[in-house]
Structure formats: C-alpha cells, structure tokens
Design a protein around this ligand. Structure first.
Ligand code: 0X9
Ligand code: ZN
Length: 422
C-alpha cells in the first residue's frame, strides 16, 4: 500500500469505527431513510481495503457473465472517502445506484393497467392481491386463505407455525389427491430474506398460476404435488415495508443485545455456525444462538421433515444476482451429485432465458453455512436449489414492480422445466 493510501485507510478506519452502518435511523420506530446512499460496483479482489469497507458497510457479491463483482452500499458521508480509496488502490468502479432512497420511492409504483386486468383472478379480487405491485403480508396471507377456501379440491392451506411477532406462517399444498398412489412432491419457498421483495412476489405468482390456472400446468401437477410458502420471514418482510427497506433478518429479540433478528439462512441445522456466519447479533449474517433458534426455521424444518420421503426437490427463491445455486453452500467441497444438480440447474436457467449463472453456492458465490438449501439436501432431498432472482445489480434489491410479472413468468418456466427433468 502506498503512503497516501495508507493515510486515507487509517482515516477511513477511524471514521467508520465512530459511525455505524446503515441508513439514518433516529429512533427504532421511525422509518430508516437512504437519502444520498449509493451503490458502487467494483472488482472482486483480496485487497485489504475491501475488508475494511466490509467491516463498516454492506458488500454484496455478484457473478455476471463469469466475472465477480462487489456491490458496496455507501452512505453519503463516506462517498468521497470510499471513492478516493478505490482510486488510490487502482480499483475501478461504477455507480449502480446513485440515490437509494429515490429508487425505493419509485420501486412500488403500480405498473401497467392492462396487466392488472389480465391478472384479476377471483381470489386476487377478493383479497386485493396483484402482481403489478409489491403486496403486504396481510394481503398475501388473505390471498392464500381465499385459495384454500375457494379451491379446496386442489389447494390445501396449512398454518405451520407463527413468527416471533405472531404472524401465521402459511403454506399451500397444490395437489390432486386420491389417485391411490402417493405422489412425489416439490417444495418452493420465498421471502427468507426480508428485503428481497421479488421473491415473495414471484413465489406468490407461481402459487396463483398453479392454483388458479391449473389446466395450463397439468404436466407438472399430474406428476407432483407442490408445496408453496411465499413468505418464510413475514416479520422481516413487514419491517422492510414499514421501517427499513434494507432489513434482511427476522425480527426476534436477542438476549443480551439491543440488536434484533437472525439471518434465517444461517440458522438451519446443517454445518450451523461455519463459514460466512456471525456470532454477533448486530450482524446481518447472525446465525442465531443455536441452530433452528427461530420459530420460522423451526416450522419449516418440522413441516418438511415430516414429509421428506416424498419431497424430491427443494427450491428457495432469493435475490439478487440471477443465479441457480446448489449445495454445498457451507464450503467449497465436492459431492457426488454435483453433475446431476448442475445438469438440472442448467435446464432451469435455459428455460428462464439463459441469463442465470449456474453453480455450487460456495464456489460460485461464497461459503455460507446454515442455509436452507444445504439442510434440505442433508435431509435427503437430492435436488436442492437456491435461485437468486434478477436483476444483476442495476436495481439490486429494489427491483421496480413492473418487473414482477416478467421475472415471475421466467421463474415459472424454470421450475416447470427443472421438475420435468429430475
Ligand atoms: O447468502 C445467502 O444467504 C444467499 N444469498 S443472498 O444474497 N440472497 O443473501 C445465498 C445462499 C446460498 N446457499 C448457501 N450458502 N447455503
Ligand atoms: Zn437472500
């Protein structure tokens, strides 16, 4: 490191020790705003500067066309400093998002009336559900209630537990029962991470298609029953709607800390506590006090475990990055089913328009233990995937609502083709 970079580095470290991470959050109950926050993209290197930046703000890794990048959330006070440091370290960067709050404010504008009309299903009308805007958990939940009562012959509603804040955790099983033999099934979930709004939107779209447009999907439904849980972490999701758009974790209380929440995708019980996890309740990748410490992950564990012999594929939808990832995620270690998982992953990617990167989670992205995908595979569900929905960073987590329908349509094609190929 040259002398001026070293000086800046020291200054930067001092400043960031005094200031902590995310948006402007004056009181716990007030909305956190991201005025003037930007997202910068730089190359993925081992430069010590990145570690310093990582300790003071959020850095997300993304793979696009075989190249990996780091997207850095930059608060306004550090904008100049970080840009200078990147320049001094000879690291090129681009600005992905100029003002995060502006992007947040525009994100949920209702899109395109034509699309609204064509998706007014009976239950959507009853519950106020649509896929032209991001919806509240209450709306998604009422929509599921309606499906359970109006389409009882094909859709069975389960409340599998309740969240830390007491919200019902809901799953719908889509299945044509009563044919003598027990069918194999597929599990699909969304909304593990609160801020990844496209996930519950797309997973609820899949649910709508399979229940309210069943005839179009008889190929899939003749072969499999499908369990769909659009929002695994409803407390976090509501918190992103009401208070802090960039929240990731659950909202449980942590003993001995004023920081709330656990990363549900570090809380599952396979290799829990390993690489890419934190013991610090204030961290965004806090693993929890023990494996399955969260009521949300417990409920999913219990429901899946009881049915695991029949579940052939586990699919969990996240964002962003456009990736189809398979185990292992806890570490870059090989396993014997990797070729097979890769083959099916590629079929999914192709069906979704060929713009998803396919690979093992730890190798393509980063090692992170306690993920739901690893746990599902460790329970004997061979085809286990995390699908990181679009985009590749231009909007990141703040994908405009007019993207819900196109992204969901691609996701539906991916799911159908993957199910067909296992
Ligand atoms: O880090 C995660 O939990 C996932 N990425 S995200 O940006 N949506 O947070 C990736 C999880 C991949 N699977 C495992 N590491 N097990
Ligand atoms: Zn996620």
């Amino acid at each position: 490191m040259n002398r001026s970079l070293e000086m800046l580095f020291i200054l930067f470290t001092a400043i960031t020790v005094l200031q902590t991470v995310t948006g402007v959050d004056i009181f716990e109950t007030e909305r956190t705003l991201y005025n003037g926050f930007s997202v910068l993209r730089t190359e993925d290197t081992d430069e010590p500067l990145i570690e310093a930046i990582r300790s003071s703000t959020e850095v997300w890794k993304v793979t696009v066309d075989n190249a990996t990048y780091l997207d850095i959330l930059v608060k306004p006070e550090l904008q100049n400093m970080i840009e200078q440091l990147l320049n001094c370290a000879n690291m090129s960067y681009t600005t992905l998002i100029q003002d995060l709050q502006k992007a947040i404010d525009l994100e949920n504008e209702e899109s395109d009336e034509v699309a609204v009309a064509s998706f007014k299903t009976s239950c959507a009308t009853t519950s106020g559900m649509s896929w032209t805007q991001y919806q509240s958990y209450d709306t998604i939940s009422s929509y599921m209630d309606c499906l359970g009562s109006q389409y009882g012959y094909i859709a069975q509603l389960y409340t599998i537990g309740s969240s830390s804040e007491g919200r019902p955790l809901k799953v719908i099983k889509i299945g044509t029962e009563g044919r003598g033999q027990r069918k194999q099934s597929i599990w699909i979930d969304g909304g593990i991470h609160a801020r990844e709004w496209i996930s519950p939107a797309a997973v609820s779209y899949l649910l709508m298609e399979l229940v309210e447009n069943t005839n179009t999907h008889s190929d899939l439904l003749n072969q499999y029953d499908v369990y769909v849980m659009p929002v695994m972490n409803p407390d976090g999701y509501e918190y992103t709607r009401e208070s802090n758009r960039m929240w990731r974790k659950t909202r449980s209380l942590n003993r001995g800390s004023s920081c709330r929440g656990v990363d549900p995708n570090r809380n599952f019980g396979y290799e829990w506590g390993g690489k890419g996890t934190s013991q610090d309740p204030c961290s965004d990748i806090y693993r929890g006090s023990s494996a399955f410490s969260e009521p949300e992950t417990q409920a999913v564990r219990d429901f899946i475990t009881a049915r695991k012999r029949n579940i052939k594929m586990y699919l969990t939808f996240h964002s962003y990055g456009q990736m189809v990832l398979y185990p292992w995620g806890y570490d870059a270690v090989d396993h014997r089913d990797e070729n097979e998982l890769d083959r099916v992953g590629r079929i999914g990617s192709r069906a979704a328009g060929n713009k998803y990167t396919v690979g093992s989670a730890a190798k393509v992205l980063y090692p992170a233990a306690g993920g739901s995908d690893d746990w599902a595979m460790s329970e004997g569900i061979k085809f286990s995937y995390t699908i990181e929905l679009p985009d590749t960073g231009s909007h990141g987590f703040i994908l405009p609502a007019n993207q819900i329908i196109p992204v969901s349509k691609e996701a539906l094609q991916a799911v159908k083709s993957m199910a067909d190929s296992i």
